[in-house]
Design a binder for this molecule. Structure first.
Ligand code: CUA
Length: 270
C-alpha cells in the first residue's frame, strides 16, 4: 500500500501532539507537586486535636539531619503556629526538607504559601500532607484560599526560612527560683532551668544566668525530643544583701524575676 508522504507527515504530527498532551496533563497533575486531600489521608477528630499526636503540640520537630515535620492547625481565623498575633511564625532552616501536616479544628480552610505552588485544602477530620524543600532563607505569607467565614480575608500567617545558624529548636520551659524568691545571705541561691528540645538528637545548649553583677554560664545537654533540667547555684555572699534582678537566657529566650537576699534574722514580713 502506498501512503502519501504528506499523509505520513500528518500522522507523525498527530502522534507527537497526542504524546505532548498526555505529558502535559501528567506533569500538571503530579509533576508540580499539587496536593489534593483524599480519602486515603489519615483521619483525626477535629474537636479533639489536643489528644492527637503531633497536633497536641503543633509546630516544628526535627526528624532527620535536614528534615523537619511541621504540624499546623488551621482555625477560624488563623494558623497555629504561623499566626503572628496569636502564636509565632513557623520557622525552619534553609536547605531543609519540610513535611507539613495540616488539619482544621473547625471548617474548611486552605494552607497556601504565597508565591509558591504549595497550596492545599484543609478539611476538618483529615490531615493534608505536603513535602517542600527550602533552599534559601526567605519569608512566605500563609493565606487561606477557601472562604471560611467573616474574617476569612484576615486569616494569614508567616513562614520564615532562616539561615542554619539562626535556627534552633530549644525552648525555655521555665525557671524555678529559690522558694518565695528569697534566700539568706551566705547560702546558695539555686535556680533550676528546664529546657526542652525538638531536635532529633542530643544537643548542647548554653544557659546563662545573670543576677546582680554575677554571670553564670553553663552548658546543658538535652536529648532528642526531650527536656532536661540545669541547676545554677549562685553564692549570695558575692551578691550581697538586697533585691537582685535575675535573667536566665537560652538562645533568644529569657525568663526573669527578682531575688531577695536577706541578712540573718531578716524577714520580708514587717
Ligand atoms: Cu480560613 Cu478562609
Amino acid at each position: 500500500m502506498h501512503v502519501h508522504q504528506y499523509e505520513k507527515l500528518w500522522l507523525g504530527a498527530a502522534l507527537v501532539l497526542i504524546v505532548a498532551i498526555i505529558a502535559t496533563i501528567t506533569y500538571g497533575t503530579v509533576g508540580l507537586g499539587i496536593a489534593m486531600v483524599d480519602d486515603s489521608e489519615e483521619t483525626v477528630n477535629p474537636s479533639n486535636l489536643g489528644e492527637v499526636e503531633g497536633f497536641d503540640d503543633p509546630g516544628v520537630t526535627q526528624v532527620g539531619e535536614n528534615e523537619y515535620d511541621v504540624h499546623v492547625i488551621a482555625f477560624q481565623f488563623g494558623y497555629e503556629p504561623g499566626d503572628e498575633q496569636l502564636f509565632e511564625p513557623i520557622e525552619v532552616p534553609e536547605d531543609s526538607t519540610v513535611n507539613f501536616y495540616v488539619t482544621s479544628s473547625d471548617v474548611i480552610h486552605s494552607f497556601s504559601l504565597v508565591g509558591t505552588n504549595v497550596n492545599t485544602m484543609v478539611i476538618p477530620g483529615e490531615v493534608a500532607t505536603m513535602t517542600v524543600e527550602f533552599d534559601e532563607p526567605g519569608e512566605y505569607g500563609i493565606v487561606c484560599n477557601e472562604y471560611c467565614g467573616p474574617d476569612h480575608h484576615n486569616m494569614e500567617g508567616k513562614l520564615e526560612v532562616v539561615p542554619e545558624d539562626e535556627f534552633h529548636l530549644f525552648e525555655l520551659e521555665g525557671v524555678e527560683a529559690p522558694e518565695d524568691d528569697e534566700v539568706e545571705l551566705g547560702a546558695d541561691a539555686t535556680f533550676t532551668a528546664t529546657v526542652s528540645s525538638d531536635h532529633h538528637d542530643e544537643r548542647i545548649v548554653p544557659v546563662t544566668l545573670e543576677i546582680g553583677e554575677e554571670t553564670l554560664e553553663e552548658e546543658l545537654a538535652v536529648g532528642g525530643d526531650a527536656s532536661a533540667d540545669l541547676e545554677l547555684a549562685v553564692d549570695t555572699d558575692a551578691l550581697g544583701a538586697g533585691e537582685h534582678d535575675w535573667t536566665v537566657t537560652i538562645e533568644d529566650e529569657t525568663a526573669d524575676g527578682q531575688l531577695a537576699v536577706l541578712e540573718e534574722n531578716e524577714t520580708t514580713e514587717e
